[in-house]
Write a protein that binds this ligand. Structure first.
Ligand SMILES: [Zn+2]
Length: 134
């Protein structure tokens, strides 16, 4: 049993990693650091960056504005949002009416819909998206 060379914690005899700092047992701390942090390829040197992407990166990110109405890559436009809202609200009204007419027999449906599904769906539907500022 020997202490960790990096943090001094007691190690099990067969341990290959320190349980405290995850240093490799038997390797000096400086060498561990070199292993843990491999050299990073120069920026733009890889083939991941296409010329168009590189140019866009050089120009800086386009100014974006948050919107709850415009259609974005991740959100609906106004019509889609209204359609989703109607699709969420109409069943709730139906469930409430059902609950009223059945004397509370199907109370679980409006409660689950009104307090779980509808808020969840509406939040997603009316989530703000980012669009390029024009
Ligand atoms: Zn350690």
């Amino acid at each position: 049993m020997e202490p960790c060379t990096s943090c001094g914690a007691a190690l099990a005899a067969e341990a290959q990693w320190c349980g405290q700092c995850y240093a490799v047992v038997g390797v000096p701390p400086t060498q561990v650091a070199a292993v843990a942090a491999p050299p990073i390829a120069p920026f733009g040197g890889g083939s991941i960056m296409s010329p168009a992407r590189t140019a866009a990166a050089a120009a800086g990110p386009a100014p974006m504005v948050k919107t709850r109405w415009k259609k974005t890559a991740t959100t609906f436009g106004p019509l889609g949002r209204i359609a989703c809202t109607v699709a969420l609200v109409v069943p709730f009204i139906v469930f409430v009416l059902l609950g009223v007419f059945t004397g509370g027999l199907v109370l679980a449906a409006p409660v689950i819909w009104g307090f779980v599904i509808m808020p969840w769906g509406l939040r997603d539907t009316w989530r703000a998206g980012s669009v390029p500022a024009s």
